[in-house]
Design a protein around this ligand. Structure first.
Ligand code: ADP
Ligand code: MG
Length: 617
């Protein structure tokens, strides 16, 4: 017999579990049944290439055996089993542990209670919620020798030794805590299985004087639609995802004919704690004719639906699917197309029937969904346009594009959006002035992916999406080509001066039709690089990227502009006029979310102005 110490993280988890006052301790049963079901799935998959594994011991089942005299509850499965090494590794360490995030999360869980346990993938240790001693005897498929793992968790160690097991698979014996003896009652076990594990695709029997079957034991997704109740689907989802909340929505489908497959798909309510850290493998569970062949099949989902969880069961794929085949199979592409369609339908239904729940989903995963617009995918623009939500000048909260469309003013020819750091900054942006004056609503986009998404959408319901920084706002419903550029008018000498001073910095200087309160702003020439792209290029340090030149628009009615022209008339070649022009330009750069080329020079000019305004000492 050898004694092993639990990995430090396991000790933490055990500490959390043993002393837990958590009321819903019975979740241990679904965790252990889920492990048993996984073990049976794995065996069935291995038997595809090693049929002899099933030749001698063909039963694939899960058995519960309460023993009132010994005060033990035993769970048996005839699954893949564990070798001696696997017992030590699987039941002594945590697969994704070691990271700082994990430990942090654990600390949070301590505060919140072990509802969070499942999400760590540490389901086995939940046995210690109800037992003060746990024994696991396991005989791995294809082996003759079994081994016993045992621990009472308290001193942070477990033992492993050779043992006997009359069948292939695993037997877990729970020595129940005194307050858990209810778990010896057949009715209690039946109730728990019905509540938590009814969807399990393997038979679960209760062993006693006579054996009693507790579940249907058919794969949930293969059952008729009417049999898949909300409660069943929820439990199935929780089991699959380790989420402790119900999903935001789910969908079930079966296709017949040339390509036959079934699917059960879920959209979570909340972002899993490690979603952005990629520690949890993504993708759908892939079954072929009820045999689980891949736990996480990413090939069935586009990246922008990577939050979707669920199961696909194909009748046509070969059981020995390889990654190469998955990446290059028309069957897989067909399934993926269907999955995308079904998920988008599910989301549209949610948006329509449960707008509150949909907003919750959008806040959690909208940023991911929007990637579907920005990655050159053109196929789902209509659906994604209907699913899009954004803040706007219309009021608090988020609006849909359809709602925006319905509020559009007579003669308004576009859906306008502004992109910037925050809503407050955007609200004050000079670019919005003319639109506000006309009473036009503007979407306020602040998520880095938003502007890509708006560009990707291009149009909604026939209306172009137009950035407020675009040179041609189409305010009068006409396109630039169709109308003459505004005349320089009386401002011509000043504009010429500005053109000269700023010739290295701007493409053009012109009179503005959009400004009411600000003296100047920068706009992007038609076909020019938008600000967000420039920002991105600079952040990424794209070599040799100089940035596209902007058009400087000048507000002819603004007092500053008019006095600048007066100053220029008086002293046409003065340094001061040059400096003020540069200052106005830098100011326009700042309101656009950029920074002056030389912040020191900018600051000095502002200081000079302040000194003049305050009067020299
Ligand atoms: P998870 O199921 O998320 O991997 P668990 O803590 O529930 O985490 O289980 C840890 C590991 O122990 C499993 O991944 C599996 O390899 C192994 N295991 C647990 N129960 C069994 C079982 N009944 N048969 C075979 N292996 C098992
Ligand atoms: Mg588990």
């Amino acid at each position: 017999m050898t004694t092993h110490a639990f990995q430090a993280e396991v000790k933490e988890v055990l500490g959390l579990v043993i002393n837990s006052l958590y009321s819903n301790k019975s979740i241990f049963l679904r965790e252990l049944i889920s492990n048993a079901s996984d073990a049976l799935d794995k065996l069935r998959f291995r038997a595809v290439t090693e049929p002899e594994l099933l030749a001698t011991e063909s039963a694939l089942e899960i058995r519960l055996r309460p023993d009132a005299a010994a005060k033990t509850l035993t769970l048996e499965d005839t699954g893949i089993g564990m070798t001696q090494d696997e017992l030590v590794k699987n039941l002594g360490t945590i697969a994704h542990s070691g990271s700082r995030e994990f430990l942090q999360r654990l600390a949070d869980a301590k505060a919140q209670g072990p509802t969070l346990i499942g999400q760590f993938g540490v389901g086995f240790y939940s046995a210690f919620l109800v037992a003060d001693r746990v024994e696991v005897v396991s005989r791995a498929a294809g082996q003759t020798q079994a081994f016993r793992w045992a621990s009472d968790a308290k001193d942070g160690s477990f033992t492993v030794e050779a043992a006997e097991l009359p069948f292939r698979g695993t037997r877990i014996t729970l020595h129940l805590k005194p307050d858990q003896e209810e778990l010896l009652q057949p009715w209690k076990l039946k109730e728990l299985v019905r509540t938590y594990s009814d969807f399990v695709g393997h038979p679960i029997t209760l062993e006693g004087e006579k054996s009693e079957r507790l579940n249907q034991a058919s794969a949930l997704w293969q059952r008729p639609k009417s049999d898949i109740t909300q409660a069943l689907a929820e439990e199935f989802y929780k089991n699959l995802s380790h989420d402790f909340e119900a999903p935001a929505g789910w969908t079930h489908f079966k296709t017949e004919g040339a390509q036959a497959f079934a699917g059960l798909l879920f959209v979570p309510k909340q972002v899993p704690w490690d979603f952005d850290r990629h520690t949890t493998a993504r993708g759908l569970r892939l079954y072929v004719k009820r045999v689980l062949v891949l736990e996480h099949c990413e090939e069935l989902l586009p990246p922008w639906l990577r939050f979707v969880r669920g199961v696909i069961d194909s009748e046509d794929l070969p059981l020995n699917v390889s990654r190469e085949l998955l990446q290059d199979s028309s069957l897989v592409r067909g399934i993926k197309t269907k999955v995308v369609k079904k998920v988008l339908e599910l989301l549209e239904r949610l948006a329509k029937d449960e707008p509150e729940a949909y907003l919750g989903f959008w806040k959690a995963f909208g940023r991911v969904l929007k990637e579907g617009l920005s990655h050159g995918e053109r196929d789902h623009r209509d659906e994604l346009g209907r699913l899009f939500r954004a803040a706007s000048t219309h009021g608090d909260g988020l609006t849909s594009l359809a709602e925006y469309r319905a509020r559009m003013k007579e003669g308004q020819g576009a859906i306008y959006y502004a992109y910037g750091e925050s809503q407050t900054v955007l609200q004050g942006s000079p670019h919005l002035e003319a639109l506000k004056a006309k009473g036009y609503e503007v979407l306020l986009l602040t998520d880095p992916v938003d502007e890509w998404a708006a560009k990707g959408l291009e149009k909604f319901d026939g209306m172009p999406l137009t950035s407020v920084t675009q040179a041609d706002l189409g305010l009068d419903g006409k396109k630039d080509e169709a109308k003459a550029a505004p005349d320089d008018g009386a401002l011509k000498p000043l504009l010429d001066k500005m053109r000269e001073v700023l010739k290295e910095k701007v493409k053009e200087v012109r009179v503005s039709e959009r400004l009411t309160d600000s003296p100047v702003c920068l706009v992007v020439p038609t076909g020019g690089t938008p600000a967000y792209l420039e920002q991105l290029m600079r952040e990424r340090g794209v070599q040799g990227y100089a940035g596209g030149k902007r058009i400087l628009e000048v507000n002819p009615t603004h007092a500053v502009v008019q006095r600048l022209e007066a100053a220029r008339t008086k002293e046409p070649d003065s340094e001061r006029v040059r400096a003020w022009i540069e200052l106005l330009f830098d100011q326009a750069v700042i309101t656009e979310g950029g920074r002056p080329a030389d912040p020191n020079v900018f600051a000095r000019r502002v200081t000079d102005l302040l000194s003049a305004a305050l009067g020299a000492p």
